[in-house]
Every structure is written in structure tokens, then in C-alpha cells.
Design a binder for this molecule. Structure first.
Ligand SMILES: Nc1ncnc2c1ncn2[C@@H]1O[C@H](COP(=O)(O)OP(=O)(O)OP(=O)(O)O)[C@@H](O)[C@H]1O
Ligand SMILES: [Mg+2]
Length: 310
């Protein structure tokens, strides 16, 4: 029987649907192991929403990933991985989308969390070239996601803890970014941060992406998570050090990937304002004030949005 790691079991506090999935998870995993002729081969790992079990399979070492099935977030992960077919990304061996189960090539679970941040940005920008292939028709479009968030932004109360000027700016930039143009939509990873890049399968492919939340859209959307993650280490004696650190990351991503600086910057602003919006909306839906951590996160979103602009 597979034990659910403590960190994942704790997600039961997120709601009844999470608790029910976590209850089913050991039996579901056992069934998948039996059906796919797998044997556990090491300690289970986890992220925010999934259990990852190292396994041995008839074809060699692999990793079984079983993800929370109560929202749409992970529903299309298999499509992106299959489309990449191992180029720049972990290889998918087998998938059961209904049960949100994936059998993945086993990688060394060493991510970019400990690398020098600028070097990590170089690695990630280098991976954009491999993964930003023409999008698949089945994917959610970036435009549909951004339009939904923009409608929520329009409903934000005027006293929300987000500068009005920034809200208006994000709305106007989103409208410009979504205006039809000649560029073909690409397959976006959607959540490409330090923790979602693992040590690769060979010296020729030293790093590979995992864990896509794929969408079809503008490749300039991709950089923002490399800015808002690992911000703590940029905090020095002055605001300038955070700002400079964020700008250094941003320019590394733009230069190495050959992105249009203005488009990339505008998407960062839109994404950061939408991130802050989700946090504000969560608290509003639960009829409560913002917690300390949530306020800090909103401040962080504003810092990133400002840092890329001046
Ligand atoms: N193919 C793999 N080989 C080895 N380890 C893996 C593999 N896939 C995932 N892992 C490990 O399991 C962890 C969780 O995986 P993943 O990021 O896919 O899950 P998640 O729950 O979607 O994460 P997140 O918290 O980013 O939403 C990774 O950080 C990594 O340590
Ligand atoms: Mg992850």
C-alpha cells in the first residue's frame, strides 16, 4: 500500500473534493500499479496537487504521477507531454486522463531551485525554443483564460488593495496583447518555474521541463514565473536590489530566448495583476479579510509588475 506523504495529505484542508480525492488516492494508486505492471521503487514524492511514485516497470525505471482530479488544471498535461515527445520535456510513456494518471520517464529529482538564478533563466530561456511548438487545437486558449480574468478584474471593488492605475494598465495591456495579429499560437507550458525543470537524461539534454499546465497562445506569456518565484533571495538592503535582480532575470530571459522585450514586459504586468486578483477574490469569496501572507504576496506581485517597467 502506498502512503500519502504528509505534505500532500495536508491538502485535505482545501475542501471536500480534495479530502475525497486523498481518501481514494492509495487505492487508486494501487490499482494503477497493478494494471500497468509497476512496482514502487523508492520514496514517494509530491507537489501541490499530485503524488509521484518512483516505480520499476517492464521497460525500466519510471515515475507514476497521479494528480488531483477536482479541477481542470491538469486535465491536458498528457497532451502537451505527448506533443513534445521528449524534446525539451520529460517523456510520457502512458496516460489515463480520466484518472489523471501519467507514467513518466524517471528523471533525477534535482530541479533549478539551487542554481544561480541568472543561470536558471538561461536554461529556461533555452528550453522555450524546444517546447514552443505550434499549438494543438484541443488546448485551452490563452485568450479565453485572460478574458475571464479580465472580466473579474473589471468587477474588482475600487477599495481593493491593488493600485487602480495598475489595474487599468493591466486591462488595457491585455486588450492590446490579445488583439489579432499574424503570429501563430504556440504550445505554452503555463507554469514554467525553477521547480518544474528537472535534471535531464544526458549531457546533451541537461534539463527538461515537467508539469505543464498547457495553453495555446503567445510565447511572450511564459517568463513571469521565473520572476515571482525565488524572490526572497533578492531581498537585500534596498528596494533597488530586488528591482535590479528581477530586471536581470527578465533581460536574461528576453535576450537568450530572443523575445520582443515590450511584449514580454506587458505579459509580466498582466500576469502579476491577475495573480494578485486571484488572491483578493479568494478572500472575498470566503467573506474574510486578507491574511498577512496574502498581503505580502500582493505586494510581491506589484513589485514585479513595477520592476519590469521602469
Ligand atoms: N519524471 C519524474 N522523475 C522524477 N521525479 C519526478 C518526476 N516528475 C516529478 N517528479 C518529482 O515530483 C515532484 C512533483 O511533481 P510535479 O511538479 O509534476 O507535481 P505537481 O503536484 O503538479 O507540482 P506543483 O506543486 O508544481 O503543482 C517534482 O518536484 C519532482 O521532485
Ligand atoms: Mg511542479
Amino acid at each position: 500500500m502506498i502512503d500519502v506523504p504528509e505534505g500532500l495529505a495536508g491538502q485535505a484542508r482545501l475542501g471536500e473534493d480534495w479530502a475525497a480525492w486523498l481518501d481514494r488516492l492509495p487505492a487508486l494508486t494501487a490499482t494503477l500499479l497493478a494494471e500497468w505492471s509497476l512496482r514502487p521503487d523508492g520514496a514517494s514524492m509530491h507537489g501541490y496537487c499530485s503524488l509521484v511514485v518512483p516505480v520499476s516497470s517492464p521497460d525500466g525505471p519510471a515515475a507514476l504521477k497521479v494528480t488531483f482530479d477536482g479541477d481542470d488544471e491538469s486535465a491536458l498535461e498528457h497532451l502537451a507531454l505527448r506533443r513534445w515527445d521528449g524534446a525539451g520535456a520529460v517523456r510520457l510513456r502512458r496516460a489515463d486522463p480520466r484518472r489523471r494518471a501519467l507514467l513518466l520517464e524517471r528523471l533525477v529529482p534535482q530541479d533549478l531551485g539551487d542554481a544561480w538564478d541568472v543561470e536558471a533563466c538561461e536554461v529556461v530561456a533555452g528550453l522555450y525554443g524546444a517546447i514552443h511548438v505550434p499549438a494543438l487545437p484541443q488546448l485551452t486558449t490563452l485568450a479565453s483564460v485572460v478574458e475571464k480574468d479580465d472580466a473579474r478584474l473589471a468587477d474588482l471593488p475600487r477599495d481593493a488593495p491593488l493600485p487602480r492605475r495598475l489595474v487599468e494598465q493591466a486591462r488595457s495591456l491585455a486588450a492590446d496583447l490579445l488583439a489579432p495579429d499574424d503570429s501563430r499560437p504556440v504550445l505554452l507550458h503555463g507554469d514554467l518555474h525553477y521547480g518544474n525543470v528537472l535534471s535531464g537524461r544526458s549531457d546533451d539534454e541537461p534539463w527538461l521541463v515537467i508539469d505543464p499546465k498547457p495553453m495555446a497562445g503567445d510565447r511572450h506569456y511564459e517568463p513571469a514565473p521565473m520572476l515571482w518565484n525565488r524572490m526572497d533571495e533578492l531581498v537585500g538592503s534596498s528596494f533597488d536590489s530586488v528591482r535590479d535582480g528581477l530586471r536581470r532575470r527578465f533581460h536574461t530571459l528576453v535576450d537568450v530566448a530572443g523575445l520582443d522585450e515590450h511584449r514580454a514586459r506587458d505579459w509580466v504586468v498582466v500576469r502579476m495583476v491577475h495573480n494578485a486578483l486571484w488572491t483578493i477574490d479568494d478572500a472575498r469569496r470566503q467573506h474574510r479579510g486578507l491574511e498577512r501572507g496574502e498581503r505580502d504576496w500582493i505586494t510581491r506581485c506589484i513589485t514585479v509588475a513595477k520592476a519590469v517597467q521602469d
